[in-house]
Design a protein around this ligand. Sequence first.
Ligand code: ADP
Length: 443
Amino acid sequence: MSDSPEIKREYLDDDFSEKMIEEIQEAVAHSESLREELRRYNQAAEQTRDAEFYSDRIKEIYRKVHSQKFMEVQQAVSQRIEDRTPDPEDIKTPVLKGVVVSEFDGKRIWIEPESAIKGQYGVTLPDDAGPDELPVGTEVAVDPQTFEITDILSRTKDAQFTPTETNVTFSDIGGLDSIIEVLKKNIGVQLDEERRRVAEQWDLDMDKSILLMGRPGTGKTMLAKALANEFDAEIFMINAPQLVEKFIGEGAKKIKKLYGQASSSDRPAIVFIDEIDAVAKSRDENRRHGGEEVERTMSQLLSELDGLDKEDGEQNVVSIFATNKPGVLDPAIINRCSALEVPVPTEEAKVDIFKIHTRKIPLGDDVDFSALVEEIEEDYTGRDISQICKQAAISALSRAAETEKAVVTNRDFKEAITDLREGKIGMERDFLFDQEYPGEIFA
Ligand code: ADP
């Protein structure tokens, strides 16, 4: 091929041998798509003089050349060329694969080609496809010169959310009785069909969204699960960071789908979003993280919440959000929720949590939870205590000569406490927790 581009040796690092360069050059000469790729990289190298980037790209080409699949395709192509004289009709224009990264804005649709120089390109809609056929995430074939969409390769599947099964009860949660009472009253009334109907007749304006604020491991998720279980509601659980996707518009779509599914359920439903701060950051924080996607997801969430508030009659969805960083939250979300602090357990609560987590475990006569609680750090959470109990029980079991006589002794607990303190267990401890609560939002 006369127009086969030459590898620019001056930008290659020392990893390339003469043989490798020859092999790449040879493969490039036989593949229109590789020629196209190399041309682009050459062009980029001339513009940016970024030798590292160039070397990496050429290594990718080398890997491709060596991959079995590529060789097979190349062989098949050469075979075809040998087998028949090409009919001009059969000569297809080379295409690049790309993916739609943002919705049609009335003028352009944005795509990101794969294996080309990174970037997003705004193109007009193809003549034979409307915006509905090209949602975000659709894989498309694009013209390598103009990046116009030439074909739709695969369509995106809509996210599906399934409710989480749970058997957590209020009696499994220690030390949070007053919060449970508040939740039972406010959320419980809305989850109970008959009470909800009466509340509507009485024109009660109840909060459909609750914000649970507290350190990781204090029982926020348990509270949401127990509410669902005790009131026979479905619970749809998601972590907010999962909502913020690579593609603009995806997070918002997921939120819509999530609430759509929750409200179309036959039973009352809870939408539980953990780490809500990931989408409900204040604008300042948002901007700092350059989050157009975060912003869109957030505005969809707000409109879902407003929708829940407005519609009366059939509405049976409540939202529970959890965060350990209330300080970074957008006031827009705080204003739409009742906020409740889920505190680190008091000494008394810690004793209760010890009892809950040892309900089924045979204990030695010497076990004294009150004394153990005095030994553990003041800021230990329910999760820390559950770890201590688990570790103590495991030690007793592994030590016991006759398992049916195994009992957990005070010493097992003490050792587990030391292990936790020394970081030998409880790897998940709150190492990411670094926020102080601003007092005013507890008002
Ligand atoms: P959060 O959602 O606040 O991070 P979780 O509800 O996920 O915390 O709690 C993690 C685990 O810690 C629970 O599965 C449970 O074993 C234990 N736990 C936390 N808080 C309590 C509590 N108040 N009572 C009993 N167990 C608790």
